[in-house]
Write a protein that binds this ligand. Sequence first.
Ligand code: SF4
Ligand code: SF4
Length: 446
Amino acid sequence: MIGKSRLLVVDDEADMLQGLRKSLTREGYSVDIAKDGMEAVEKIEVSSYDVVISDLKLPRLDGIGLLERARDIRPQAVFIIITGYGSIESAVKALKLGAFDYITKPFSTQKISEVTAKAIQEKKAWSATATLPEEAIDVIEGYCMPLSLYYHPEHSWGRVEEDGTVRVGADDVFQKRAGEIIHIDFPFEGEEVARGKVCVRVTNSERKIHKLVAPVSGRVVDVNSALVSDHSLVKHDPYGTGWMLRIAPQNLKSDLAVLLFGRPLVEWWMKHEASDEKENKYLMSGALDPNFKNEIAAQPGGESIKACFACGSCSASCPIAEIDERYNPRRIIRMALLGMKEEVLTSDFVWLCASCYSCQERCPQGVKITDLMVALKNCAAKSGYVHPGIAAQAKPICRDGRIYAIDDFDNKKREKLGLPPVQSRAENVEKIFQITGADKVIKGGQ
Ligand code: SF4
Ligand code: SF4
């Protein structure tokens, strides 16, 4: 989870609603409220909540009905049921439907605070073990699609803002296909746009026009004037500062219902886009290890891996990436975050890092990329994979205590300088290699 955990509290008693909002906000949560079940469904449809705390008895749609609807819309949200009409039957039904906990009124603020904290832990555990990462996913190698946005299949995205408008932009695929942008034609403010119809025209350096369709219908209320002077924002930050326009939607609910969101987005990509790209570029989610990122984060140097937001600054500044296209730190980190454990650990490319620290200096997220590469090498070594080049270097170190053998010529020079001869054996080094198990790892790499 990134930033504050988001809660939705649902209750038809205004005092209870405000009291819970106040106490949970004080705990550091971002708290939204709804006074009945249908209002809650509408909020869950457009916002991603970590925990939903709902009364059982609600107007329009009761807590059990809300839980069932929420399961379909946001299966990852953790649900806590509260009620003044507690009964064994309703408690069992809520728990069977997947509610995390069930508490009866009256309860203390300490009780709700404890249960909420546990629910957040549950949510974190869910995210860590889910087959697909929740916040963002590279649907195919080299492409990044945040799962929190709504996508139109023609490669535009929409994000519902707090004021009810929809921010719109081009996805990673659109910007990659468009290439170097030299001009952007925006609609006028106040112009009506329709879902699936062209709203922005982008001209690239080859004078080809790429058309962006609107993901929702409505009136244009704003365009991103920053793009007029800096087209590269679309390339460097397509889901942030590279947004294109804001729309006041006309039929938000029905528009969102037909857009791609979350897991269906990934499934759609696998089915429809796979044929456009070369074989083997697609990830099969069953082959991913969602715990891999946690394994790396537990390694010294790997702690910051989850902060990467795939900006590519590291790859742009990497001298190795410039001369060897197989080496791309941004891509390696995305592969690791996705859980492509085998591909990363058995690859030759993680061993190419020259530890120059150019990338680490530039990362806006403070990811310790150079240290991370060392952590990945350590993970690879623990898994029994060592690059043959490293194994070849380790062999003389184990045998002689140094990377190249000392011969008579070297010792004669030392003698002339008044230095003692160097011992050719390094028993202590050999012992260290045996005790740490490095000798076996190195043999595996030979
Ligand atoms: S510079 Fe930092 S945030 Fe950007 S891709 Fe590299 S590691 Fe990730
Ligand atoms: S430390 Fe490694 S990944 Fe970073 S710029 Fe240098 S060679 Fe590239």
